[in-house]
Ligand binder design. Structure first.
Ligand code: G1P
Ligand code: ZN
Length: 544
């Protein structure tokens, strides 16, 4: 008999886990009992029926392998009879979501701190996904937090470490551990959704691509999908070897952190297409030759062209976007005569809509796009959408975007992040804006007149749950917007995000560079918020 030990412990969490699970420095996770406490709090917050299976994997960052062994032993001690784990402890976030769904496991534990840097002095993270493949809903995360405050012991089974590098199923006394190829099931899913022959033919014409895995989890996925299955040349890939420190980089696919890729796409003889994904593979950035596709536009363009992709040939049930995401997709939905939902920031809000078949595609301005094929955003899926659309339309990335603007108008968009500012200064900025809620309406700033302002709240149309305080919106009469919101995922101080959007129906009038086109809106945002005076920052840390 495998022995189960109960270990005495004490309450530990001082702070509610964020929308993406618990993210902390590795050094916070390392002391005795910390990881175990959180894992036990998860298992105590879900019902584990007999013969339950757990999906387990992570983005391969430092501490991933240690945590995998601990979780296998705790899963068994808590009554799981099977654990499916990706070889080497690897599963990208969308692949984990797919495995949960395909093998109908009770849920999954995903080890990742997404795009945050990795290494002994950097971040680690852990989150629980439920049987639909999506992040645990608020009800469960609340329970996990409550549990973590009162926990007094955890359970762990006594057996030696499992060889997670060897494929195959090992049977123990009353349970089994199955080590699976982390890529195969996901690659098969992609093959079933997209026109791989058309994309292959595109590569055969000499179409050139650069995909940057940023030393993170999508490397092996990209090799299998792009090189092995789509026959793209090997030099289409960069940074595709997974390292525990992500090469010392910050695997966030945006113009700042993916600069190595950006430089290649903006040099002479640049490739036709460029793309990158983040640490755990759920985010994406799309580039053309000397051209950047804003994530909000990317969502709108995928929606407008979805019928060119075999998986969506029958059309879309509806679309959804997070509140700060631009309204570009709303215009597509209107034309397609399908519903468009506006949800708070965070992927979990899309899950209910997808489970109820209300939406097929969804996305966030933060380089996250996805569909109901899984319940997470999906970086490689978005890249394949673009390749499929390019192959079908036989147009360049830039030409596709410009044709879209010509048809629908352009929602000029940018996000300014002020990272690691003192928490008090950041909340002071928001308080200062809220104090103006009564006086702002009808005020005019240059050519912009404020129509309304509010603190966004959302009632889930499926389960009726209400989420308040989701970001301050200042809506202008012309349809332009400024949104202020505090990040829920940063690990140092506070991160204040300002989202700027101006709608321009006649594209010929607009400056291509969003920062120039939005200059006046940026001034207004700074004036209303007194951000510089209150935080001492004179410019954003990241502009996208
Ligand atoms: C950020 C993004 C948000 C995304 C989340 C998880 O959250 O803005 O859209 O869902 O990461 O990837 P934030 O730091 O803004 O709370
Ligand atoms: Zn991520």
């Amino acid at each position: 008999m495998t022995e189960i030990f109960t270990v005495k412990t004490q309450a530990f969490l001082d702070q509610k886990p964020g929308t993406s699970g618990l993210r902390k420095k590795v050094k916070v996770f390392q002391p005795p009992h910390y990881l175990e406490n959180f894992v036990q709090s998860i298992f105590d917050s879900v019902t584990i029926p007999p013969n339950s299976t757990l999906t387990l994997g992570g983005d391969g960052r430092f501490y991933n392998r240690v945590a995998i062994q601990v979780i296998i032993k705790m899963a068994v001690a808590n009554g799981f009879t099977k654990v499916i784990v990706g070889q080497g402890g690897i599963l990208s976030t969308p692949a984990a979501s797919h495995i949960i769904r395909k093998y109908q496991t009770l849920g999954g534990i995903i080890l990742s701190a997404s795009h945050n840097p990795a290494g002994p002095d950097e971040d680690f993270g852990i989150k629980y996904n439920t049987a639909n493949g999506g992040p645990a809903p608020e009800k469960i995360t609340e329970a996990i937090f409550a549990k973590s405050k009162t926990i007094s012991d955890y359970k762990v089974a006594d057996f030696s470490d499992v060889n997670i590098d060897q494929l195959g199923e090992t049977n123990f006394d009353g349970f089994s551990v199955q080590v699976i190829d982390p890529v195969a099931d996901y690659a098969d899913l992609m093959m079933s959704m997209f026109d791989f022959n058309a994309i292959k033919a595109l590569f055969e014409t000499g179409f050139s691509m650069k995909f940057d895995a940023m030393h993170a989890v999508t490397g092996p996925y990209a090799k299998e999908i792009f090189v092995n299955r789509l026959t793209a040349p090997e030099n289409s890939l960069m940074n595709c070897e997974v390292s525990e420190t992500f090469g010392g980089g910050h695997p966030d696919p945006n113009l700042t952190y993916a600069h190595e890729l950006v430089e290649q796409l903006y040099q002479a003889n640049a490739p036709d297409f460029g793309a990158a994904s983040d640490g755990d593979g759920d985010r994406n950035m799309i580039l053309g030759n000397h051209f950047f596709v804003t994530p909000s536009d990317s969502l709108a363009i995928i929606a407008a062209n979805a019928k060119l992709i075999p998986a969506y040939q029958q059309g879309l049930a509806g679309v959804a976007r997070s509140m700060p995401t631009s309204g570009a997709v709303d215009r597509v939905a209107k034309k397609l005569n399908i519903p468009c939902y506006e949800t708070p920031t965070g992927w979990k809000f899309f899950g209910n809509l997808m489970d109820a078949d209300k939406v097929t595609l969804c996305g966030e301005e933060s380089f996250g796009t996805g569909s109901n094929h899984v319940r997470e955003k999906d970086g490689l899926w978005a890249v394949l959408c673009w390749l499929n659309i390019i192959a079908a339309k036989k147009m360049s990335t830039e030409a596709i975007v410009k044709a879209h603007w010509a048809e629908y108008g352009r929602n000029v968009y940018s996000r300014h992040d002020y990272e690691a500012i003192p928490t008090e200064a950041a909340s002071g900025v928001l308080q200062h804006i809220k104090a103006q809620f009564d006086s702002l309406p009808n005020q005019t700033f240059g050519k912009y007149t404020v129509k309304t302002c509010d603190d966004f709240s959302y009632t889930d149309p499926i389960d009726g749950s209400i989420s308040t305080g989701q970001g301050i919106r200042i809506l202008f009469a012309c349809g332009s917007r400024i949104v202020f919101r505090l990040s829920g995922t940063g690990t140092e101080g506070a991160t204040l995000r300002i989202y700027l959007e101006a709608y321009e129906p006649d594209v010929s009038k607009h400056h291509l560079d969003a920062q120039v086109a939005l200059a006046e809106m940026i001034e207004i945002a700074l004036k209303i918020s007194q951000l510089k005076q209150r935080t001492g920052c004179d410019k954003p840390t990241v502009i996208t």
